[in-house]
Design a protein around this ligand. Structure first.
Ligand code: 6R9
Length: 649
């Protein structure tokens, strides 16, 4: 079933920016002559303040990894996303905002966007923010989130967006790690008819930060908040007072644009650093070609700006292309499961980009919610965040796409900046569950994890690596370049290691099989098992904890926690709830264990290493195939874990 190939429809091919022959030709050039290829693209797609003379200066060679693109060029991201469109499309909608409340929406034209961004930039300057300073954003999905990102870019400040679902502790860690000067938040974040008290969370976070950190507050719902005089600033009121003119800062192509924290297999989340020129080029080009965006289209990516998808495909890519980008504050199931489709109908959406977890959730609600809406404006469907299972793909294709729309399953990561493997709608036939083929300039390698050698045959199975630098890739881990090198460039020397497993089929198509490290993907959100473990062991009653993923019908993967209590503490349902709430408080609701098993002991090797392979098998209810357990220090603990396992599906 999954090997069936879907050829693009004739109308898709006719409209597409790139057809099959052009894809082959452009791809070949991008690999053979990357300097020529990317130099041309960068000149054609971006406005430069100072033209570059050098395209690429990059090496993956261990341990001196260093990546630079267009390094002697200068430009400004905000000027490229806003100012340069004023001459031709000042009155076109830039941001189409759909509130959580289905009765409320707003259209912000490029002219208005320019004014708002300049005002916001002047407010930041007024607070002493200068080029190179870090600014943390903790905001709902409101236009002010885009204004704030672009305002930072305009004056050369580095933004770090923290997903509004993260806890005060997680927020404080990110403010402190990046030594941010300022936090921008809102009173409340409405989602699905409920409100999260963002400002109250921010207040709590700021107790753990330097008292020099200022807090700009967007009064969005008007909900009650406490106010700290001298620290808190009403942004909208300040924006009304300051000038609507703000010059753009000339930025070197390699100056940082933003930091985005993401989970890895060890330790605290890493601050992934993206820079100016290469990132914007990659975001803009992939947005145009992968989604086949044309002038006048209405494009909707349902991600949150707290994740990289929101950065590249709600804000930077679309706005660089002068697009109309839809920004949605709500959730797919509020007021009911037809919301996505109602929004597509209401705003005549042409490209719709969402995550498999949302598709699976909506699949379960029944087709009538989709049928109720007129989806005739749609021309393309996209998927991102996790492998899309063929059932979800086929439903998306049949029920939403009416078997006439191309589906682009886009594989990429926070670290990558933009899409690396995906179909181009008019050029590449699709297969349900495969991300298909690499984007221009992207050279994947399937590497044998045992030998570390690249598998050269077309059909291959192993771990997914990249052989060469692409413009949008991250340049470092904030404040810790050694961690950059050791996490991504050391296991397989000479390659970028993605952390994903994959298979390449006889047609050269890539099938991503999921993470091979201790990262789990819960509803498209990346979570390090180590992060959840360290939250659990921080609880005074927990002696030890081990966390693994297990297959979950809706979320893709669920969080399964094994917990050993301190001597003298007894398991109880109250304690189970207490631990769950504890993790929620430490990290955020997305990290709450779905299943929590009391473990009198954990399976360990004689050297004391937890055998996660065994814990994963038990969590997956695959305890029949545990493999060799004779090397365990105490094999009897396994019996108890199997007997009391929580997943019996
Ligand atoms: C953009 C984004 C990255 C991880 C990645 C992989 C998984 C993302 C996927 C996919 C299969 C796809 N992933 N897209 N797996 N097919 N189309 O999601 O970034 O949050 O950093 O997650 O997500 O496992 O390694 P990020």
């Amino acid at each position: 079933m999954t090997d069936k190939t879907y050829e693009p429809a004739a109308e898709t091919v006719a409209r597409a920016h790139v057809n099959a022959a052009q894809y082959e030709e452009m791809y070949a050039r991008s690999i053979k002559d990357p300097d020529g290829f990317w130099g041309d693209e960068a000149r054609a797609r971006l406005d430069w303040i100072k033209p570059f003379t050098k395209v690429r200066n990059a090496t993956f060679a261990h341990p001196d990894v260093s990546i630079r693109w267009f390094e002697d060029g200068a430009l400004n991201v905000c000027a490229n996303c806003v100012d340069r469109h004023l001459a031709t499309r000042a009155d076109q909608t830039a941001i189409l905002w759909e509130s959580d409340d289905p009765a409320v929406d707003a259209k912000i034209t490029y002219r208005q966007l320019h004014e708002k961004v300049c005002r916001m930039a002047n407010v930041l300057k007024g607070q002493g923010v200068v080029k190179g300073d870090r600014v943390v954003l903790y905001l709902p999905m409101i236009p002010e989130a885009a204004y704030a990102m672009l305002a930072c870019a305009r004056i050369g400040a580095i933004h770090s967006v923290v997903f509004a679902g993260f806890s005060p502790d997680a927020l404080a860690n990110r403010i402190n790690d990046s030594a941010a000067k300022l936090l921008i938040t809102a009173d409340e974040a409405p989602r699905g008819g409920r409100r999260t008290a963002l400002k109250a969370n921010a207040d709590e976070a700021l107790l753990h930060c330097s008292d020099k950190v200022k807090c700009l507050v967007v009064k969005h719902t008007g909900g009650q908040t406490t106010w700290v005089d001298g620290r808190d600033v009403d942004v909208k009121a300040e924006m009304a007072k300051v000038s609507a003119d703000c010059p753009v800062e000339e930025m070197n192509a390699e100056d940082p644009l933003f930091i985005l924290y993401t989970s890895g297999s060890t330790g605290r989340p890493k601050g992934v650093v993206h820079t100016t020129g290469g990132y914007l080029l990659h975001a803009a080009m992939t947005h145009q070609l992968v989604f086949d965006y044309h002038d006048g289209d209405v494009y909707w990516c349902t991600a949150d700006v707290g994740w990289v998808t929101g950065h590249s495909y709600i804000v930077y890519g679309p706005l660089a292309n002068g697009a109309t980008t839809l920004m949605f504050e709500g959730v797919p199931t509020y007021p009911d499961a037809s919301r996505f489709w109602r929004v597509c109908e209401k705003h005549k959406v042409n490209q719709f980009y969402t995550a498999p977890t949302a598709i699976r959730a909506l699949m379960g609600q029944g087709e009538e919610f989709v049928e109720a809406a007129d989806l005739s404006s749609l021309r393309l469907l996209g998927s991102v965040g996790e492998p899309i299972n063929p059932e979800a793909w086929l439903w998306y294709n049949r029920v939403v796409g009416k078997e006439r729309l191309p589906i682009v399953d886009t594989w990429w990561q926070t670290e990558n900046g933009g899409i690396l493997i995906s179909a181009l709608p008019g050029a590449i036939a699709t297969k349900p569950g495969s991300a298909t083929r690499p984007f221009f300039g992207v050279e994947p390698a399937v590497v044998d994890p045992q030998t570390g050698k690249e598998i050269e045959t077309v059909e291959a199975e192993g771990v997914l690596c990249m052989k060469n630098a692409w413009p949008g890739m991250f340049r470092t881990v904030y404040g810790d370049h050694d961690r950059y090198v050791s996490t991504y460039f050391s296991d397989f020397k000479g390659y970028y290691f993605s952390g994903d497993g994959c298979r390449r089929d006889q047609d050269g198509y890539y099938w991503i099989t999921g993470r091979v490290d201790d990262v789990i993907n819960v509803s498209g959100h990346r979570m390090g098992t180590a992060e959840v473990e360290s939250a659990l062991v921080a609880h005074p009653k927990v002696a030890e904890a081990a966390v693994v993923g297990y297959p979950h019908d809706l979320k893709g993967q669920g969080i399964y926690a094994y917990v050993t209590l301190m001597a003298g503490d007894e398991p109880s349902d109250e304690l189970r709830k207490e631990l769950s709430d504890w993790v929620r408080k430490e990290i955020g609701p997305i990290a709450k264990p779905d299943l929590l098993q009391w473990a009198p002991g954990l399976p360990k090797t004689r050297s004391g290493k937890i055998m996660r392979r065994i814990l994963r098998k038990i969590a997956e209810n695959e305890h029949e195939s545990l493999g060799d357990i004779s090397t365990l220090a105490d094999p009897s603990v396994v019996e108890d874990l199997i007997e009391n396992r929580k997943n019996r599906d």
